[in-house]
Design a protein around this ligand. Structure first.
Ligand code: CO8
Length: 258
């Protein structure tokens, strides 16, 4: 079925998802988040895809959850319907890396969607925030959890409690964003980074993603042990033989399991 709220394409070995509700600044609703989940299912099953980029428009990555859709909710609507969040973790559970390429507003659920991705590359126009407090609600899809892990308690409290926005430069300084690029270069830079990732050994890429995520879910000793075991298991891969042989022979590596 053709998705209604996103565009889905492939560029080389990269799956590209573009949020496409321009009139509502890409506000997130159930259908849109479900469509992202379906696109990720497809990319994950496709051996020709090694990484994914999620992007929005020049004006907005996403300006949050759809306020109009939520405005009349009762507690039971929110609780039983599990609005937006029923498929939210699909971004997290995708085993292939996902880059969020963010220009313009990434607010509320939009900021949370970007944070659920593995890397955020920001245009110099990007603005991040958790303004839910202005609506009489609080962040509901990771804003109070992923933001402090990314930028520390002080800045997370500041953003969530005051609703102020953080520009791209501040977001990079704070550690939320991996790089800031000129707006007109955003998609090219994100696709190039994704293509680089997609050129490496996919099982190794997955192990790296799993290991880094483990750093957020466990204590240091547990995380180090997990990493060590993954490291040991890499020696079972043909791609390890190829990677090291290529280095010794001073030639580019040709990974079999891309
Ligand atoms: N939902 C629905 N429509 C929106 C949203 C939104 N979040 N944001 C913008 N729009 C719409 C506007 O209503 C407007 O539509 P129309 O032209 O029909 O009036 C259109 O997009 C353009 O917006 P503006 O005219 O307001 O554009 P401006 O450039 O003047 O302002 C802003 C841009 C600053 C981004 C402004 O639109 C804004 O403040 N938007 C709301 C931001 C916000 O509060 N986001 C948080 C939403 S709540 C949330 O995300 C909770 C997530 C929890 C997820 C888990 C659920 C359980």
């Amino acid at each position: 079925m053709t998705p209604e709220h996103i565009l889905v394409e492939t560029r080389g070995r990269v799956g590209l998802i573009t949020l496409n509700r321009p009139k509502a600044l890409n506000a997130l609703n159930d259908a849109l988040v479900d469509e992202i989940g379906q696109a990720l299912d497809r990319f994950e099953a496709d051996d020709e895809i090694g990484a994914v980029v999620i992007t929005g428009s020049e004006k907005a990555f996403a300006a949050g959850a759809d306020i109009g859709a939520m405005a009349g909710f009762s507690y039971m609507d929110a609780y039983l319907g599990d609005y937006i969040t029923r498929n939210w973790e699909r971004v997290k559970t995708c085993r292939k890396p996902i880059i969020a390429a963010v220009a313009g507003f990434a607010l509320g659920g939009g900021c949370e969607m970007a944070m659920a991705c593995d890397i955020i590359i920001a245009a110099d126009t990007a603005r991040f925030g958790q303004p839910e407090v202005k609506l009489g609600i609080l962040p509901g899809a990771g804003g109070t959890q992923r933001l402090p892990r990314a930028v520390g308690k002080a800045k997370a409290m500041d953003l969530c409690l005051t609703a102020r926005m953080m520009d791209a430069e501040e977001a990079e300084r704070a550690g939320l964003v991996s790089r800031v690029v000129p707006a007109e270069r955003l998609l090219d830079e994100a696709l190039a980074a994704a293509e680089t990732i997609a050129g490496y050994s996919l099982p190794v890429i997955m192990m790296i993603k799993e290991s880094i995520n483990r750093a957020y879910e466990s204590g240091l000793s547990e995380g180090l042990l997990f990493e060590r075991r993954q490291f040991h298991s890499a020696f079972a891969l043909e791609d390890q033989k190829e990677g090291m042989a290529a280095f010794v022979e001073k030639r580019p590596a040709h990974f079999k399991h891309r």
